[in-house]
Structures are given as structure tokens and as C-alpha cells.
Design a protein around this ligand. Sequence first.
Ligand code: SF4
Length: 530
Amino acid sequence: MRYTGIVKNQRRILCVFPGYTPSFGTFQHAFKLMGNVKAFMPPQGLLVIAAYLPASWEVRFVDENIKSATTDDFTWADVVFASGMHIQAPQINDIRARAQAAGKVTVLGGPSVSGAPEMYPEFDYLHVGELGDSTDKLIAILDESIVPPATQMRLETIERTPLHDFPLPAYDKIGLGKYLIGSLQFSSGCPYRCEFCDIPQLYGRQPRLKTPEQLTAELDGMMSQTFRPSAVYFVDDNFIGNRKATKDMLPHLIEWQKRHGYPLQFACEATLNIAKQPEILQMMREAGFITIFVGIETPEAGALKDMRKEHNTTLPMFEAINIINSYGLEVTSGMILGLDSDTDNTEAALTTFIDASNIPVLTINLLQALPKTPLWDRLHKAGRLVESDGLESNVRFLRPYEEVIGSWQRCIEHAYAPERLFERFRYQVDATYSNRIKTPLRGKLSLANLVRGLALTWNTLIYLGIKPKYRGIFWRAALHALKRGQIDTVFNMAFVGHHLITFTKEALEGEQNASFYSKHTKAPSKRMAA
Ligand code: SF4
């Protein structure tokens, strides 16, 4: 639903989403292989706010991962809304500076300001928390006046709007064809309490839910655009945060896919104990899920206990991964270095895990303490938080800083050496991809897929098949997939591999950060939990 209050004035709202700093998980280097793709995923939160605003207010939406907001955009606007994560803080403040230079009132909402409002002293209004009573109050204030307040006003959501009352994201304001994948949200919140994670504090431990009908209406909204991604990512903090709700929702998704001829593939984030949920895994397979991002974090059981992530150990780790793979679901994983439990053996344990798990895509980051987490509180008390823009993390590690950075470098070099990466993909061809359901061709016959397919074919040949030194390694893996009829796999390993190998090279040359959340921004600018 939209805002239901009465507004007296016409307003022009410019919503600006900041650019991301590149990381392993944002796939910037893959975009050029995909033709017209310019950005990773549509920004759900700001699109929902844009859709909630009063119907009589004009809204312009700019995602700066695609193009920068222009002087004309700022001149046109009465109010500038921004949103983003901690990693985007410099870009968020840059948007504010440009808006204020144009004499506009500025509003900041989203996860970063909700976690750490003190980071943004110069915005006029801070919207802390989710869509709710503070949003209505903000709209009423802006309806009254668009003169910047004398001092900053902080509006904090006490009563959240139920997810089942959320409006459809304002997809009509953006071109979905510019994105690598689409985004969809079914639930918000996670029942666990991992020490480093701010999700439970920000979004609660009782997952809140949309209705299945909302989900399918959002999918219909995406389908109404000719040019759109062929894969959609569930941005839920933990897809099985409420297992019963997930079980009740999946049949609707399956029915939608069947009705439309399976035009989409899905991915999500979930905890590793999803391996103990065969009914959910079976339905995910039938719904066309192909990937689950799992925060495995570390192969060391003691470290998992220390970070309160014992739920990762309810099954032996490799057994859990194999079970997930047997439903055609590739596991991608987040890993952390710099933990207090790290020893001289941690680096070897991680590289051994990478090889033995055969997980192709791992985001290996340094530990970072986020505000509103138990980790932050613990390190703060111990005097182990450091605020230096010259460091890759705000944590004073127990091991020497240079040793931790050295381990990180050797681990990413190991993980993304082309021969190892494409060997893991080769393994997945037989262990995972061959277990996926065969979907009808009709759902994929679209102009958008044709254009993207042609671009991918040509660019795969150029950027992986001809140019690089590792082309022989790529071709061996590609032929292995082609012999089994997996053309999609060839494209997938091409664009994922190209990004990971290029990003690793840049990181080893000191051009990229060792932590997704690092303030130490080296690359021009672009959340994952569970
Ligand atoms: S890391 Fe994942 S499982 Fe742990 S609290 Fe955060 S969302 Fe939940």
C-alpha cells in the first residue's frame, strides 16, 4: 500500500542510490560480457520507499551504479532521498553534498543510517529503521515544508509497516535490463545471533513475511518489462528464517514458474542447516532455484562456536554441501579471516576447505566489526576497535595485521587461480548442475534473452576463449559442460570466472579492499548475510 494520509502540497522527490565499491560478490567485471548490463541488483529498499510516497508526488529515481544524478536532477527536485549500506558511506555523503550544494533538503534512510546514525551528521533528516510510523511522519513534515531544518531531525521507526502491506517496488522507475539479476524479498529478519551480524538487531529475530500473492505480483511486475534479468535473488536475510512460511510459499512460486514456462532462475541466502530440510530443497529445485549463498565463515568448528554460529555444525560441513548440491543447488559462501580463533593453521585449513568443498565462488573477507553487533560491543569494551582509513579493517586482530593481510592474499590467490577455479566448476557440472530440473524452452524465448545471449556468446569467445593466458583451462571446463548439454553453465562460468580472476588480480596488486565493509576505499565505487 501507499501512504494513506492526505497531503496538501505537490513535491518532487529525487531518490538517489549510491554506487558500490567493487567486491568479489558484485560482479562488476562481468558486466561487459553481458551487453547492456551496468549494475548488480536493483536497490529494493529505496524502490519500496519510492512506491510508498503519496501518489500526487512526482518521483525520479537514479541508481548511480548506472548513471550519476545530474545537475538537472538536483535542480528539478524539492527533496533528495538517499539510502545505502556502510560500505557506501563515502558515496552517500557525496550525494548529500551535491544535493545541499543545489540548495535541496536531504533525507537518508536504509541499513547504514539505521545501524549508525552518528555517521551522517550533515543530512537534514535521518530515517532510522524500516518503513513505518517514521516514514509517515517524514512525509507529513516534507508536505508542510521543504526548508532544511535548523538542526538535524532523527525520525525513528517504532511501528514497522507489516511486510504484507509493503507496496510493490517502483520497478516502473528503473530499467531492469541494466541489472545483472533481479531482486525480491519474501521475509525480513533472522532467528540466529551470530556475533558479527547486525541483522537480528536491525530487522528482528522473528522473520516478518510478505504473502505469496505479493511475491508473484512482484514477479509479474518484473515480467512486464521487455528487457529484464533472467535470474532473481531473494534478498531475505535467511530464506529459512521461518521454515513453515518458506514451505507454504514455495508451491506458489512453482505454480507461477509452470504457468509462465520457467522464465526465471532463483537464488537466495540461507543457513547451512537448510541441508536438513529435504522438503524445502526439493521444492526449491522444482521452483528453479540454482544457487544458495551460505555464510560458512570458517571450516574451524571452535571458531563457529565462538561466533555463535553452531547451527553451521548440525551436520558435517561437507555432507551438508553435498546434500545441497544433490538438489541442483550450487553453494556460494562467505568466509572470514582475522577471527580471534585464527592460528598458524587457519590459512591451510581454509585453502584445504576451498579445494575439498569444490565451491566455485567464495567471498573471502577480513573480519569487520559493524555497529549494533555483539562483536562491536565486545571489541569496544576491550579497546580493540581502530578507526584508521589506512587499514583494511576496524578490528585490532589478535594476530599481527600484516600476517592476516598476507593470509588473505594467499587465500584469494589460491582460490582464484584459474586452474583451481575452473576445476571446481568442472566438478559442479557433474555434482550439481546435472541435478537441476529440465525447464521448457518457451519461458526463455524472449528478445531480452536473445540479445543477452548473443552478447554473452561473442564476449565469452573474446574475453575467455581467445584473449587470456588461461584460455586452455577455460576451454577444457567449457567442453566438459558442453558434452553434457550444459550451455548455460559455459556462460555462467565465463562471466563469474572472468570477474573473480580479474578482481583477484586487482586485489593482489593492491587496487581492491580486503574487506567488503572496509572504509579503506581503493577502488571507485559499489549486503550478504546468512
Ligand atoms: S549471519 Fe546469517 S544466520 Fe547469522 S544472524 Fe546474520 S543473517 Fe542470521
